[in-house]
Write a protein that binds this ligand. Structure first.
Ligand code: GDG
Length: 461
């Protein structure tokens, strides 16, 4: 069997009970995918050095071999904080108003991708399968090919692919998308993002897309398809019934004191629609005065990307908004929003999900959203909670039995909370069973098998 070489921006060794949490969906999923596979996980260590040396730190953690490199401060500023998180992240989440285009960012992005290619290529043997992840590393495949690699190579995009009309606002967009064609397999989370990619290929690159997923541009033919990512279902169910999880469950239930808990768990990111969520919840409190004091919103939002200015602003905005709503509605013995800016261990999260009668997940745009799937997996089958989910999350395409809402509409959020509060138990069970089936069957193992299977079947590049 070929080895699997996974390459992503950050490598984080599996630490299921890291109390700081907030590893992000990608690293949680990749650790799970690699555990069962012989191979290497290559990427940035997260450390900065004065001068880039290309030194590779090889380690083995929890059944996974990791190979990491350190980057220079300028690399991190231009490539990670710059092009990846200030240019591509907002653009790919349809926020061209927030996207910044700076020549130095684009230069740093190319440079770091070259550094990845230069240091990773000696580790790659001719028969290895190479699987590159996410928007930080789009040109990496092309740069590995320039170094003579003929391996089968795949790329998976964890975030949405924007519609062509937005994509063209990126300077030199053709070069970026053309570089994707160096891969043999290109994977997207949903049919919707795939459709945007195919549209771009036909309209901007003059390519041809066949119904079986083959894409032809010039003399290059590649396979592009949707591979919806899932959670490690078994691991999460075990986490949800562990001793630690039970303690977390008891802690939340005790402090809820008979009130209903609405839970939200998100990295502090504008794409997650937390401001819209708070405003929708506020509308609910206005419209249903009789429900005040009977429920509360627990929003867990560990900080992320602290060095990017937009993230400081969202943090300030949410601090202010939650404070304002609490000031407006709180009573001496009740606070409507418990807003927590820290991460928790996965087992604690699982207990909190299980103890919550409802989850309110309202991203304005999200590649998939694993929190929605984790919430379902953690529920008590005899008395499950209700999932309220944005129709703009990739997960909504698989979880049609959630209450699907438009996160921009305060009214829809308010109505959905009311529907969830009054939903009969039989309906909660019916909806949960349907969602649980899909979360269980379309898990991270199925995702990895589908993608790696397509890569194994691909012609050598
Ligand atoms: C990207 C895409 C796509 C959050 N807080 C804590 C914590 N988390 C964990 C959650 C979940 C993960 O982080 C978040 O995953 P999401 O999928 O919701 O979102 P992104 O981080 O934006 O991930 C996304 C994903 O990649 C995978 O392809 O679904 O669309 O944007 O696992 O549980 N974990 C712990 N403590 C926390 O406080 N331990």
């Amino acid at each position: 069997m070929s080895r699997l070489i996974v390459i992503s921006n950050r490598v984080s060794a599996p630490r299921p009970n890291d109390p700081k949490g907030a590893q992000g969906g990608l690293s949680v999923a990749l650790a799970a995918a690699l555990r069962e596979y012989r191979g290497i996980w290559f990427g940035w260590s997260g450390n900065k050095v004065d001068e880039f040396t290309g030194h590779i730190d090889l380690q083995r953690h929890g059944g996974v071999t990791t190979a990491t490199i350190d980057l220079e401060e300028q690399d991190v500023d231009e490539y990670y904080n710059g092009y990846a998180n200030r240019t591509l992240w907002p653009l790919f989440h349809y926020r061209i108003d927030l996207a910044e285009y700076d020549r130095s960012f684009a230069g740093g992005y190319e440079r770091v991708n070259e550094r990845f290619a230069g240091t990773a290529s000696p580790l790659i043997e001719p028969d290895d399968l190479v699987w590159v992840h996410d928007y930080h590393l789009i040109p990496l495949g092309a740069q590995l090919r320039e170094r003579g690699l003929k391996n089968r190579m795949g790329f998976f995009l964890h975030i949405p692919f924007p519609p062509s009309r937005l994509m063209v606002s990126l300077p030199f967009h053709e070069g970026l998308v053309l570089s994707l064609l160096a891969y043999d397999v290109i994977g997207f989370q949903t049919e919707e993002w795939l459709e945007s990619f195919r549209h771009y290929v036909e309209r901007e690159l003059g390519g041809r897309c066949e119904p079986d997923g083959t894409i032809h541009v010039g003399d290059r033919s590649v396979h592009a398809a949707a591979y919806p990512i899932g959670i490690d279902y078994q691991e999460f169910c075990e986490a949800a019934t562990s001793e630690r999880s039970t303690q977390a469950y008891d802690r939340l239930k005790k402090s809820a004191d008979g009130r209903h808990t609405i839970i939200g768990v998100d990295r502090l990111d504008y794409s997650k629609g937390m401001e819209e969520r708070f405003l929708g919840y506020r509308r609910f409190l206005e419209e249903h005065g009789d429900c005040r004091g009977k429920l509360f919103l627990l929003q867990i939002a560990p900080p992320s990307r602290g060095e990017v200015h937009t993230y400081e602003i969202i943090r300030e905005d949410l601090d202010e908004l939650s404070g304002r709503i609490n000031g407006e509605f709180a009573e001496v013995d009740w606070v409507p929003i418990r807003y927590v800016n820290q991460g928790y261990a996965r087992e604690d999260l699982a207990g909190f999900y299980r103890a919550s009668e409802m989850a309110l997940i309202t991203p304005l745009r999200d590649g998939m959203n694993l929190v929605a799937k984790e919430y379902v997996a953690a529920q008590d089958p005899e008395d499950p909670g209700v999932l309220i989910l944005s129709r703009f999350a990739g997960a909504a395409l698989q979880m049609k039995d959630a209450i699907l809402i438009n996160p921009y509409s305060k009214d829809e959020i308010s109505d959905a909370i009311h529907t969830a509060l009054t939903m009969p138990k039989e309906e909660r069970i019916r909806r949960w069973q349907a969602m649980n089936e899909s979360v269980k069957n379309e898990d991270v193992v199925a995702w990895r098998r589908a993608f790696v299977g397509a890569l194994e079947g691909a012609g050598k590049g």
